[in-house]
Ligand binder design. Sequence first.
Ligand code: MG
Ligand code: MG
Length: 274
Amino acid sequence: MRKAYELKTEDQIRKMRVAGLLTAKALTAVREAVKPGVTTLELDRIAEKTIRDGGGIPNFQLVPGYHHTICASINSAVVHGIPSNRTLQPGDLLSVDCGAEVDGWNGDSAFSIVVPGLDNELTRQRQTQSDVCEGSLWAGIAALASAKRLNEVGVYIEKYILDRGPYGILEQYVGHGIGRSMHEDPAVFNYAVRDAGPKIQAGLCVAIEPMITAGDQKTFVQDDDWTVETSDGSDGAHWEHSVAVHSRGIWVLTAPDGGAAGLEPYGITPVSLD
Ligand code: MG
Ligand code: MG
């Protein structure tokens, strides 16, 4: 049985855009601070300060049992890594996930980055993996703009990834609806499923978030009860945007340009609600 979820009005989507842009600002600040020797706890503080200075609440802190603003997942950690005193090393593959709540509305977004300072076969593979994951996110967002049913998004994400290499696509963790809560129905799969899924219609707001490994898709949760780590020790990458569907098109809420650059190769122009 499919659970009900709330379609958002255009006014509500405008409010979600404020939360999305603050999320984007926090992630930009984190990205600019990424360098060898920085700890993930320092990155967490930068994200928290950006969100609070912008009038928002770090919505990850509203998740029961979680006390940080970002998740910072390094190398074989794919998602849900807890910020710590671990320092970034040149060539590490770091994924940062973050969200802000403003006036009761939520944003959620993530990126991966190879920590600068090392150039070898491994770091080039890591960069390619991150690029494939990011590209699959845009393929999924483009599908959202043109498809009729939500689960077509996963078909395009999966195809984009598997056309580019034998990557593993996490199956236990998927994207989600977003709005008054960071996590709402419906689920947004990163792979083909049997069911067509809900109708894509005005007011649907979802976080699309492919998570891929350089090996097998199997993962386990670390003893810290959060960090999702690959079982085979291969590297993980994670990219995410929150996206709104409205009556005239789509708008990527967590991208300052609404997704214009990422969607350009698909011939899709996001439509602002301003
Ligand atoms: Mg996220
Ligand atoms: Mg999410």
